[in-house]
Design a protein around this ligand. Structure first.
Ligand code: C2O
Length: 526
């Protein structure tokens, strides 16, 4: 194992990912941000210098941060934000492998571009010799205006509309906006390259697919090429027929690796990422959020070497799975038998709730507790300083669950007509039940034998999901909907895992120093 050093400068630059120019929040001026690659067992040391003009943090999505909870990157829970002009170094080892990503975890900042891929190779990957080339595809929705004002509008008193609808769809940071549309303005370039992936007939390729969207669920497919799913968020998949799919649904923040066999006639084939519009419902009624003036389908090209540069004439697969219901690919089983633990020691029921406060602002929460962010006094530092906190933490208006070692079960009940992709920090979890009905009494069957194991799950509208995980990682872990507009409305909780053990660890000096920097930055701002 080695230590790998990266330098991140966070800065705002003007870019035109889909042709439309806008200020983009970037790492090193790039969108998407630079690829981080390492081997299992390596240490990552990432020095982040913030030149955004606003505070920021970086979260390493899916990385367990064993014994380094304070580098998890969650503003107000695991660290203070990095003020403008200040540097902070994340430093953690990788005991996992597979496909991950990183993004800002400060307010809704990642919508504006602060995302990038993180890939961990593994010499024991059972599929290592099953492909010739390792390709990366990032799928994303994309907005033309900065997210700040959009979020202000979303949480304005009396607002009863939809989440902001994206203006574009991107594959690997590239999209095709129609520059002749009246909204395009003068800084629009209609010649954005189509992302192209070269293959040689007869060979096999691994594609890693990451949905870095703020809001949209996608289907992913490559015309004429069924895709064999070999990895779900770090877990290799059983080598069975069940894992071969024509169309793969992928919700916000989920990842898959697939193997494509280049066995078709030499030609160009479309790679497609399409928004699943039928899954984007309004919170309070059953209407679907839809904007016909945008391109809902991002395209790329699978180019067989030897094919001309002429356009593809391939046609898309029809979509056959029940939309919005089973977006977890729950038919896909982990490679190694991975039965869910059965001796439940903590059994939680989380209702996803919508409410309006006294100002008529629409808020989302877990068990009627919309999260209120307090940046300058992160929960983990309060625990380490042995400050008092109660089960219901008045400071952040969230539940703080003191979890001892054991098996945690969380039943998520979603009685709303909208879907929520939930992500747990610090763990992957078994999905032991899912189905229609938002009451505990609707849960009839559990699959404990070899359920899918991942770190992000859809909680479909009017449905339930039951997850289990082992409390083997003391720390403060965020548990939230990954739709960034819903995070902005409060749909984020925190689990405090084994606080007594956690409080006996030693907080690195630089993590505490960052809070002092942040507090003096806040005073200057006042
Ligand atoms: Cu991908 Cu809490 O985040």
């Amino acid at each position: 194992p080695v230590t790998r050093y990266y330098q991140f400068e966070l800065k705002i630059v003007k870019l035109s990912p889909d042709g439309f120019e806008r200020p983009v929040w970037t790492v090193n001026g790039q969108y998407p941000g630079p690829l981080i690659q390492a081997n299992k067992g390596d240490r990552l040391v990432i020095n982040v210098t913030n030149n955004l003009g606003d505070p920021s943090t970086i979260h390493w999505h899916g990385i367990f941060q064993r014994e380094t909870n304070w580098y998890d990157g969650v503003s107000g829970q695991t660290q203070c934000p990095i003020p403008n002009k200040i540097s902070f170094t994340y430093n953690f080892t990788l005991d996992q492998s597979g496909t991950y990503w990183y993004h800002s975890h400060f307010l809704s900042q990642y919508i504006d571009g602060l995302v990038g891929p993180l890939i961990i190779h593994d010499s024991e990957d059972p599929y290592l010799n099953s492909y010739h080339e390792d390709y990366l595809i990032m799928i994303s929705d994309w907005y033309h205006s900065p997210s700040g004002p959009l979020l202000v509008q979303r949480v304005a008193p009396g607002y009863k509309g939809f989440n902001p609808y994206p203006d574009a769809t991107l594959i690997s940071g590239l999209g095709q906006y129609n520059c002749s549309s009246p909204a395009a303005g003068s800084h629009c370039n209609s010649n954005v390259t189509i992302p192209t992936y070269n293959v040689q007939k007869g060979k096999k390729y691994r594609f890693r697919i990451i949905n870095t969207s703020a809001y949209a669920f996608f289907t992913f497919s490559i015309d004429n090429h069924p895709l064999k799913v070999i990895e779900v968020e770090g877990t290799p998949v059983k080598d069975t027929d069940a894992a071969i799919l024509n169309v793969i649904p992928i919700t916000v923040a989920q990842r898959y690796s697939v193997i494509l066999t280049a066995d078709q006639p030499i030609a160009n084939y479309y790679i497609r990422a399409s928004i699943i519009d039928s899954c984007l419902h309004n919170m309070t009624n059953d209407t679907i959020n839809y904007n016909s003036s945008i391109n809902h389908n991002a395209t790329g090209i699978l180019h067989y070497l030897g094919a001309g540069s002429n356009e593809s004439t391939s046609t898309a697969y029809p979509i056959t799975f029940p939309l919005c219901q089973d977006l977890n690919a729950s038919a896909i089983r982990p490679y190694k038998d991975s039965p869910a633990p059965t001796n439940i020691t903590n059994d939680f029921v989380f209702n996803i709730t919508f409410s309006r406060n006294d100002d008529d602002v629409g808020l989302l929460g877990v068990n009627d507790s919309p999260f209120v962010l307090v940046n300058d006094n992160p929960t983990n530092q309060r625990i380490m300083l042995k400050e008092n906190y109660t089960d219901f933490d008045k400071n952040q208006n969230i539940y703080s669950y003191d979890i001892p070692y054991g098996c945690v079960q969380i039943t998520l009940l979603n009685s709303q007509s909208t879907n929520h992709p939930f992500h747990l920090h610090g763990h992957s979890f078994w999905i032991v039940a899912e189905g229609p009905g938002a009451f505990v009494s609707n849960i009839t069957t559990y699959n404990l034998e070899n359920p899918v194991f991942r770190d992000t799950t859809i909680v479909p509208a009017e449905s339930h999901i039951v997850i289990r995980f082992l409390a083997d990682n003391p720390g403060v872990w965020s548990f939230h909907c990954h739709i960034q507009w819903h995070v902005g409305m409060g749909l984020l909780a925190q689990l405090i895992e084994r606080p007594t053990e956690f409080s006996n660890r030693t907080l690195p000096d630089d993590v505490r120093a960052l809070c002092m920097e942040y507090n003096s930055y806040k005073k200057q701002k006042r």
